[in-house]
Every structure is written in C-alpha cells, then in structure tokens.
Design a protein around this ligand. Structure first.
Ligand SMILES: [Zn+2]
Length: 56
C-alpha cells in the first residue's frame, strides 16, 4: 500500500493543515509533515511554496 510523503525530504506527510502557517505566505496548504510543520519549501514561479506530496 502506498503512503504519502513530502516530495522534498521524504518524511511522512499527513493530509492536515500545518499548525504553523502565516496567511502572508499564501494559501494554507492541506498537507503537512506529521509534526504539523508545513512541507518543505521549494522555489516555484511565485517564490517559495511548500512542495507537494508523492506516494511511495
Ligand atoms: Zn519535507
């Protein structure tokens, strides 16, 4: 069975909004690390944004 992980660091990801999030960072993502931290940032077209998840 596959499980979701942060596509940047490979740590397990959960479909829970991050507990530490500032609206100035943009739209609140629907995924976070297991400890509640946002997924690792990656550079996108509009600056840094949390990376997505992948299934392993
Ligand atoms: Zn990560």
């Amino acid at each position: 069975m596959s499980r979701p992980v942060c596509s940047s660091c490979g740590e397990p990801a959960v479909e829970v909004e991050p507990s530490t999030w500032t609206p100035a960072w943009g739209k609140r993502p629907s995924w976070s690390h297991e400890d509640g931290e946002p997924l690792c940032p990656e550079m996108g077209p509009d600056g840094y944004q949390p990376c997505g998840v992948e299934y392993v």
